[in-house]
Design a protein. Structure first.
Length: 175
């Protein structure tokens, strides 16, 4: 017997590239501009290298970085920092300029699929707390840059993670 759940909209195959996914849902191509999101590339120094924080998405349980929609009254880097705090309970020093960007398709609560551009901001984590908004809804793991790239699905994010080198603070000369 068939399910009574009605789904008129085609669903993209998420294993495909963004363009192939968009081709499967052509209405998304012409429905408007890409939606903007802000992501947090959270890292910490460990030994001679860095570790990246990856978290699972709430719905599908796939590995991602903290990200979300723009927030009224907050600059993009502040929104990224807020997402890191709410989704993973981490905070630290955030760079004001993005270290990169990636694209992906987001399925909205109403079933629509929209293309998103995520500007990614570097956060050097200095505080980790156990009590945060989405605690228990996600898994969190600190992994190498290569392992983080292996876990995430989005090709552009994989490249960003593999090539990631933290932007260090500029030292002021005294004179």
């Amino acid at each position: 017997m068939k399910s009574t759940k009605k789904r008129d909209k085609p669903r993209p195959d998420r294993s495909q590239t963004l363009l192939k996914q968009l081709a499967a849902v052509p209405g998304s191509l012409f429905a408007g501009a890409f939606r903007q999101q802000y992501g947090a590339l959270c890292f910490r120094y460990q030994g001679n290298g860095v570790e990246i924080l990856v978290i699972t998405s709430r719905e599908a349980g796939r590995w991602v970085i903290p990200k979300g929609w723009p927030m009224k009254g907050k600059k993009p880097f502040e929104a990224a920092a807020t997402e890191a705090w709410e989704e993973a309970g981490v905070s630290g020093t955030v760079k004001k300029k993005p270290v990169g960007r990636y694209t992906y398709l987001k399925e909205l609560d109403n079933g629509d699929v929209v293309p998103c551009i995520v500007d990614v901001f570097q956060i050097e984590v200095t505080e980790v707390t156990r009590g945060f908004k989405e605690q228990g809804q996600r898994m969190l793991e600190w992994v190498s840059t290569d392992e983080a790239a292996r876990r995430v699905r989005e090709i552009e994010l994989k490249s960003l993670l593999v090539e990631f080198e933290p932007q260090r603070r500029k030292k002021r000369s005294r004179g």
